[in-house]
Ligand binder design. Structure first.
Ligand SMILES: Cc1cc2nc3c(=O)[nH]c(=O)nc-3n(C[C@H](O)[C@H](O)[C@H](O)COP(=O)(O)O)c2cc1C
Length: 214
């Protein structure tokens, strides 16, 4: 009966601590501090986060996306505007992003409203991507059923032919979304499950902090 029994897997945390006094005044500054810290130890996908949305039956749905930009006004990721997540965001433009930085024993949750970024911002980012990724964006009908892998290979060849000798511009169905934060929670693992949780909530135009029980 040991199959699937993973209850023995556990870890005690304790490399750092967090308090209302130690966090910076603005959650995006605090995020930047932790992000840069995580970059030193976390490896290549420190910008990976779980994006959670709601489907048409109000079921939550999560998937990993890569954060590509963050600033005071929000957190940007890129995707297919006809994908399942995009359709969900169209109907219900609220989402959360959850980051887990194992090496720092930290989690950050960002919650807020989601908007498409201006087309010129998506254009600029698209043009920076490697050619393979740019072709892939054109070729993949993200989230739709496809018959087999060959379908994708054929699509890539079609796209290559279509753009031969021409500029490979951004498809209109691919671009960025910005999550505009209204709540950001910082979690620092501590010994004996007595973790530190500091949540920033936007009240009017002011960020207010609270400590939450772990
Ligand atoms: C490490 C990692 C990074 C990913 N980054 C992205 C991304 O930035 N954008 C994206 O659309 N999908 C990304 N994906 C794929 C998504 O998790 C997901 O499969 C895809 O977006 C389709 O989701 P949907 O059908 O809910 O729209 C990534 C997956 C992994 C594992």
């Amino acid at each position: 009966m040991s199959k699937g029994n993973v209850q023995g897997i556990r870890k005690d945390y304790g490399i750092d601590e967090l308090s209302k006094d130690s966090v910076l005044d603005n959650p995006v500054d605090q995020f930047e501090l932790w992000f840069k810290d995580a970059m030193k130890t976390e490896g290549s996908e420190v910008n990976a986060c779980t994006l959670s949305t709601l489907d048409e039956n109000q079921f939550p749905e999560g998937r990993i996306v890569l954060l590509k930009f963050f600033a005071e006004d929000g957190f940007t990721f890129y995707t297919n505007y006809e994908s399942k997540k995009a359709q969900q965001l169209e109907k219900h433009p609220l989402a959360s992003m959850t980051f887990y930085w194992r090496t720092r024993e930290r989690q950050v949750r960002v919650k807020g409203r989601v908007e498409k970024v201006p087309a010129e911002i998506s254009d600029a980012y698209y043009s920076e991507r490697p050619e393979g990724s740019r072709l892939g964006a054109w070729a993949s009908p993200q989230s739709q059923e496809i018959p087999d892998r060959q379908f994708l290979r054929d699509r890539v060849e079609e796209v290559k032919k279509k753009f031969e000798g021409k500029e490979l511009y951004r498809p209109e169905f691919w671009g960025g979304y910005i999550l505009i934060p209204s709540e950001v929670e910082f979690w620092q693992g501590r010994p004996s499950r007595l973790h530190d949780r500091i949540v920033f909530t936007l009240e009017g135009d002011k960020w207010v902090t609270k400590r939450l029980a772990p």
